[in-house]
Each structure stands twice: as C-alpha cells, then as structure tokens.
Design a protein around this ligand. Structure first.
Ligand code: ATP
Ligand code: SF4
Ligand code: MG
Length: 331
C-alpha cells in the first residue's frame, strides 16, 4: 500500500487577532498521496491557506499550532528549525496565494529560480542557470534560453504563474501545495496552468494539494476532494463521492450554488453568513445555515459531528448528524 506523502493529524491553528483569538483551523486530518491531486475546497475564510501554511511551517509568529504535520512520515512540528528549512523547498514546496505579487521585481526570473535551486544543491551559478532554463521549458515557457534573463514585468500574468511553479518544482519536491494558483488568470490560461500542474503531478509523482474556491477546477483535476468549513473538513472522498453522492448539507449547498461545473467560476454565495474563527458556533459549525438542522434537533447545536466513513466507499467520509442516519433527500 502506498504511504501518504503528507499527513495532517488533528491540525489546529489559532491566530492572535487584534480583537482576540481566531480559531482558523480546528482539527484537520487528511492525507495526500504521491501522483494524486487532492483538492481542498471551501468558502473564503474556511482555513485553507492557514492549513497550507501550517503544512509547510510558514505561519506568522502570531499563530499557534497543535496536532501534527507528517512530511514523508517526519513530524514537522517536532523537528529542528534546520531540518525544517532543509525540507522546505526540497521535499515540500508551495505556490502561494499571492504568487504573482511575490516575485522579486528587481531580479531576473532565471536568477530567482536558480537561487531556489542553489538553496538545496551545491552547484555554481552556470549550472543553476542551466537548471532554470530547463525547468522554465518544462513549465511551458517558450524560448526559455532567451526568457530566463527577463524581469517579472516582461512576463504576462500566465507566464509569471508558470515561473512561480518553476521555482516551486525546481528541486522536484515530493509534495506541492498550490494555493489558488489560477484565480488571477483568464479562463484559457487557467486551463493551461491546471494542465501543467496535473502533468507535473503525473511526471514527477508529486502529491499535489490544490486549494481552490472553484468547483469547476476541482471537477476537472482532482483525484480526491476535501471540503472545508469553519476550519474543519466536513466531507472528503473521490470526485464521484462528492459530486454524485454528496453526504453533507454544506457540500450539497455548494454544488447547488454552482450553476455550471463545466465553466470554471468562483463559489456562488450560499445563504447565511459563514462561521467565523472569532465566534465559532457550538456543535456543528454549519447549523445556523443548515436546512436539515431542524430535522435533527439539539445535536446539531450541541455536538460536533465526527468525520465518519460512509457506507459503500472506502474513501468517503462526512461529518453530519443527519446523514449519519439517512440520505439527503432528492431535490
Ligand atoms: N495572520 C492572521 N492573523 C489573524 N487572523 C488570520 C490570519 N490569517 C488568517 N486569519 C484568519 O483565519 C481564518 C482562516 O483564514 P485563511 O486565510 O486560512 O482562509 P482561506 O480559506 O484561505 O480563505 P480565502 O479563500 O479567502 O483565501 C480567517 O478567519 C482569517 O481571517
Ligand atoms: S450536523 Fe446538523 S447542522 Fe450540521 S450539516 Fe448535519 S444536519 Fe446540518
Ligand atoms: Mg486562502
């Protein structure tokens, strides 16, 4: 049996906010496997980026982390800072949510990629530059030999995103976390970048954790899906589990709010206000918005539903008192 490349176990992240603690991640358990795309989907503020930053050990000082992050079996939170730095960028890499803004405008693209390479390889500048050309070609930049000396402003938005991906994969990481990698791009370029990421997942055997708002992107690319709400995974499973037999009212509401899965678009609004990390409702955090809570009674308000296996599928899990007993009714 294949071991996961990345495992999170009961991960919790709390920020020290200006008006009190913010419970951003509240007990996330998930596994990402080599050669597979795990899509993490959920509304804004559901804790996707905080989960990602905790996975690579890059949360700000204002955050406290509990639970474990296992990278190829090694616990990130138990290892020395030196070991953490060595793993970051080599075994686990990330394309950040604000990737396009995080390129240094005063350094050539090639220099930025070769610096990322030299952090983990003792090679001279010429060798690292050659590697930068090679990896720019790999991410689909035409004439990489010439473009390697361009500055970021000489690249289009799509090319800059490819350059960020090149920087992230230059050391062939076992795990790549891509946080909303296509949000700032137009639809055609979005598709090309997704094809690139899934191609790299296959070729390099990486575990890709793809964070997105976009159910169209998920449907096209994911092997497995984790749906987040209020810092928790409320449902996880294969693409068929989630799209054909959703077992959580929140997942159902997301799917119903998305008019056309073939045409990528951000999550449409579902009624009610998303739960906030400063004031999490007790019991199931979705209960103030849930159309099924009334049929269950007190448990939804008082007891946190566990993420339990669903019958008929070895991967499918859902955290809901209602669907632990029965199926969601057909529309
Ligand atoms: N540095 C921080 N300090 C205080 N609170 C934070 C910080 N970063 C995130 N948060 C809070 O933690 C919660 C989760 O934020 P996070 O950025 O992980 O959400 P997200 O799911 O990535 O949202 P989006 O889809 O908008 O990127 C939110 O309530 C957010 O306001
Ligand atoms: S546990 Fe209750 S409130 Fe939460 S999703 Fe299920 S039915 Fe709705
Ligand atoms: Mg985010």
């Amino acid at each position: 049996m294949v071991s996961p490349a990345l495992s999170l176990r009961d991960l919790r992240v709390t920020f020290r906010g200006s008006s009190g603690p913010v419970a951003a991640v509240n007990g996330v358990t998930l596994d990402a496997y080599p050669g597979q795309v795990l899509a993490v989907v959920g509304e804004s503020g559901s804790g996707k980026s905080a989960t990602a930053l905790a996975s690579i050990g890059l949360l700000p000082e204002s955050a406290t982390v509990d639970g474990s992050v296992l990278i190829e079996g090694a616990d990130l939170n138990a290892m020395s800072e030196k070991r953490r730095v060595a793993l970051r960028g080599s075994t686990i890499a990330m394309v950040f949510q604000d990737a396009l803004a995080s390129l240094n405008p005063f350094r050539t693209i090639g220099r930025q990629i070769s610096d990322a390479y030299r952090l983990h390889h003792h090679v001279d500048r010429a060798t690292a530059r050659k590697r930068a050309v090679e990896v720019l070609g790999r991410v689909g930049i035409r004439e990489p030999q010439r473009r390697v000396d361009d500055y970021p402003h000489e690249f289009s938005g799509g090319m800059r995103q490819r350059a960020m991906i090149a920087m992230a994969i230059v050391n062939e990481p076992a795990i790549l976390i891509a946080d909303e990698p296509t949000t700032a791009l137009d639809v055609t370029v979005q598709r090309q970048v997704l094809d690139l990421l899934t191609g790299l997942t296959d070729d390099l055997g990486m575990a890709l954790v793809l964070i997105t708002h976009d159910l169209g992107v998920v449907a096209e690319t994911a092997d497995r899906i984790a749906v987040m709400y209020a810092g928790r995974i409320v449902e996880s499973g294969s693409v068929l589990d989630i799209f054909d037999r959703p077992a959580h009212p929140y997942t159902r509401a997301l799917l119903q709010a998305t008019p056309n899965l073939e045409a990528p678009g951000r999550l449409a609004a579902i009624p009610g206000v998303p739960a906030s990390g400063t004031n999490l409702p007790g019991g199931c955090p979705f209960h103030p918005r849930c159309a099924f809570a009334a049929a269950v009674g007190d448990a939804c308000r008082t007891q946190r539903p566990p993420l339990d296996p669903r019958p008929g599928s070895d991967q499918h899990r859902a955290a809901c008192h209602y669907t632990a007993e029965r199926e969601l009714p057909h529309d």
